[in-house]
Ligand binder design. Structure first.
Ligand SMILES: [Zn+2]
Ligand SMILES: [Zn+2]
Length: 237
């Protein structure tokens, strides 16, 4: 399998990341960023020599605004199907508010300002994963799958490639505050987290399945060793 990984900086300094995976069959996008940031994705597609038509799948890891906020717009531009887990459907449809459990001052600050619950263009997904369903990515030219990794939210999903690259969004974060101001191998809890023990289980499952590099929504990538440390920390909470 050959593919090219392109990080999409929705905000600078790793504060919000999406990811493009380019294959012989086009590209898969992991997360969509905030509303109105489609040019950030367009720029990275262009860098890969691709246009909107080359985008073949949009994976929305969970319903938070910084990951799901621009899904409707990106689908409109590309025509690519959007996949989410069934447990996030009511949030992405705007039918329920997400439960926000701040993990520290950043979360509390964002919560007070109401930013995480800001409305976005809600949508109905094209592909819905149920329970522990996996979505095979081979039809998109990638040796890997989308798997169910709940904890951060009830229906969080991750992309795991056979070569060990894992795209885990907000299962964990790195650096300081929202972003990667300290881009070292130092894991953090994201600003919000619903079930830390479920997150620990999901991370353990990813390690057991062979994940070696963890790409995150906020911050820079983490090693398996750093993730192991984080699991211990979560279990000790
Ligand atoms: Zn989140
Ligand atoms: Zn996030």
């Amino acid at each position: 399998m050959t593919y090219k990984l392109q990080r999409v900086p929705i905000l600078p300094l790793g504060m919000i990341n999406a990811f493009l995976l380019q294959t012989a069959k086009g590209a898969v996008l992991v997360d969509t960023g905030l509303m109105g940031t489609e040019e950030k994705v367009g720029t990275q597609l262009k860098k890969l020599g691709l246009g909107w038509d080359d985008l073949k799948l949009i994976v929305v890891t969970h319903g938070h605004v910084d990951h799901a906020g621009n899904a409707a717009k990106l689908r409109e531009l590309s025509g690519a199907p959007v996949v989410i887990h069934q447990a996030e459907a009511k949030y992405c449809a705007g039918e329920a508010k997400m439960k926000l459990c701040p993990t520290g001052w950043v979360g509390r600050y964002l919560y007070r300002r109401g930013l995480p619950l800001e409305p976005y263009t809600y949508f109905t997904p094209d592909i819905v994963m149920h329970d522990h369903d996996e979505l095979d990515l081979r039809p998109y030219g990638l040796d890997g799958k989308v798997i169910f990794t709940p904890g951060h939210t009830p229906g969080s999903i991750s992309v795991l490639l056979d070569d060990g690259q894992a795209f885990v969004s907000d299962l964990l974060a790195s650096g300081y505050a929202l972003g990667g101001l300290l881009p070292v191998d130092r894991p953090q809890r994201p600003p919000f987290e619903e079930e830390p023990l479920e997150v620990a289980n999901a991370l353990e499952q990813l390690l057991a399945m062979g994940s070696t590099h963890f790409h995150v929504g906020h911050g820079f990538k983490l090693s398996a060793k750093a993730v192991e440390r984080h699991i211990h920390r979560l279990r000790a909470l």
